[in-house]
Design a protein. Structure first.
Length: 533
């Protein structure tokens, strides 16, 4: 039966188009499992297996055998019909359904319907994602930088921005230092996941800094200068174990929380931590920590299974609240901040005090992030990095220190010389969409990619070097899979923003039973980029 359904999806979902505006969810629904008697009040696009598209602007009603409502019908090769009509569609003719929450005009609906019917081919890989959502690659836009004749994964953008009301800025290092070259700098921004990415702002930056120094983004989204890369004298986790060798340098050794600490989440909130001891001269005014890390798939599992999957069809309403209800989104963001990222603390004479927060960098690309902490006049500075057990892979921890005022670096915003799509067509419209932080967005759908070309300035003297960053702002919406609507991963659990203990308990149980499978399959389930072989 699964093979038959997969074949139907491969045939019918090739016509999935995009609704070119923010706040959109797309859902591939298994017709034989559609929840019966459920009124869907949101604007909906239904794809039939013969390529016909039905637009139910005010939603529809599902009965035992059909869905019905007032809508517009668009058939491939036929003139578009502007008038509403009563439409009844047998469930066995449906290949996919798209929920677009925002109200759009008739012109918007027609524009959506007449998009290229082969907007993206749903491969067997993405069919697999529909049946095993938590196994699937994703969490944010991925950025690749050209290195000779290939593109290498370099960054992922605003991975913690899971809705329009959580839209935020991000800063990532692309390369540095860079020298003069005959070839312009080229990066590719892609969507390789079953998500919709909404990029508000994208701007390359050249950071000029002294020779024999390096710069990295800090927790506040600013470049921070490093001259030295010193290792802490002592690093111990919350169990008192010496883990210094695991984080002493960039290599294959990583610090991850022991299984026993994840088990403790079943009893309620609990945090692992790394305690660092660093020697600095008496003249040091602050310590600059540099972490190389990425998230595990723990947060991905939390979002896919605990938050969305457990709610079934009601996950649509949850997503709508996250995009339109500032009060609810604010409560979610406050809770998210408590149980995500790394809280940085420094020891004083009266105990540990907060010194900063490092946001989740995402599970795809390792990222170096810096944070500055005060010394309080001590020559041995003790810093604690506190986080949910096994939410991070920490590869390396090093530090530098300031003596006197912090040294500023010069940041020069750059312009893109050109933007092209995967077919090589020039796209000045894309360039305009991401030029400013405004109400215009670049909507990047699964399988889409754009290439951005620019020319960083060369160092002006032998005493300077130039590093290249990308500043971004945006958010993403996860697609709701059919399995989320028809059967919850854990029938005994339903996400409740107020039930922190219950959520952590279910998360720990699910993570401990499935993390090996998830880590094995996650990077194998990227959505192929259109036009690439």
């Amino acid at each position: 039966m699964r093979r038959i359904i997969g074949c139907l999806l491969l045939i019918g979902l090739g016509s999935l188009g995009a609704c070119y505006f923010p706040n959109k969810n797309l859902e591939a629904v298994r017709p034989d499992k559609l929840e019966k008697g459920k009124t869907i009040p949101t604007p909906t696009k239904v794809h039939l297996r013969d390529g016909t598209i039905i637009l139910f602007q005010s939603g529809f009603v599902a009965t035992e055998a059909v869905i019905k409502g007032e809508g517009r019908r668009f058939e491939l090769g036929q003139p578009s019909k502007a008038n509403l009509e009563a439409i009844e569609v047998p469930l066995d003719r449906i290949a996919a359904m798209t929920y677009c929450k925002d109200y759009v005009t008739t012109g918007g609906w027609v524009g959506t319907a007449i998009l290229d019917a082969t907007s993206w081919p749903l491969t067997a890989l993405s069919v697999y994602c529909l049946f095993c959502p938590k196994c699937c690659f994703g969490s944010c836009p991925t950025v690749y930088v050209r290195d000779n004749d290939e593109f290498k994964l370099t960054a992922e953008l605003f991975s913690f921005s899971v809705g329009s009301l959580m839209e935020s800025d991000d800063l990532d290092l692309l390369a540095g230092p860079v020298g003069s070259s005959d070839r312009p700098f080229e990066m590719r921004v892609t969507n390789e996941a079953l998500e919709s990415h909404f990029i508000n702002y994208l701007r390359p930056e050249a950071v000029v800094h002294p020779r024999k120094t390096l710069v990295y983004p800090d927790a506040m989204g600013q470049p921070m200068l490093f001259r030295r890369f010193l290792s802490p004298e002592d690093v111990r986790n919350s169990q008192g174990e010496d883990v210094r060798e695991s984080v002493s340098q960039v290599d294959q050794r990583l610090y991850r929380s022991p299984r026993s600490l994840v088990e403790r989440l079943k009893d309620g909130p609990f945090f692992d931590y790394l305690d660092l001891k660093m020697k600095v001269p008496a003249s040091a005014t602050s310590v600059k920590l540099l972490l190389r890390m990425r998230n595990t798939l723990l947060t991905t599992l939390l979002f896919y299974d605990m938050v969305l999957g457990s709610q079934g069809l009601d996950a649509l309403a949850w997503t709508e609240r996250m995009n339109t209800d500032p009060s609810y989104a604010g409560r979610f963001w406050s809770l998210y901040r408590l149980f995500s990222g790394i809280r940085v603390k420094v020891r004083t004479d009266t105990g540990w005090v907060a010194a900063g927060l490092v946001h989740d960098p995402g599970p795809i690309a390792f990222k170096r992030l810096a944070v500055r902490v005060p010394t309080f006049g001590r020559e041995e500075v003790e810093v604690r990095l506190e986080f949910v057990p096994d939410n991070f892979m920490i590869d390396a921890v090093s530090f530098d220190y300031d003596e006197g005022p912090a040294v500023d670096v010069a940041v020069h915003p750059l312009e893109f010389d050109q933007v092209t799509d995967v077919e090589g067509r020039l796209r000045p419209d894309i360039q305009a969409l991401v030029a400013d932080k405004d109400d215009r967005y670049l909507d990047v759908e699964p399988g889409q990619a754009y290439r951005f070309v620019f020319d960083p300035p060369a160092p002006r003297s032998d005493e300077e070097e130039v590093s290249v960053f990308i500043a971004s702002r945006g958010y993403y919406n996860e697609w709701l899979r059919g399995t989320w609507l028809t059967s919850r991963p854990d029938p005994g659990y339903r996400f409740d923003l107020g039930d922190v203990g219950g959520t952590l308990r279910r998360l720990a149980e699910s993570w401990l039973s499935s993390k090996e499978m998830l880590e094995e399959r996650f990077f194998k389930t990227r959505i192929p980029i259109r036009g690439e072989r």
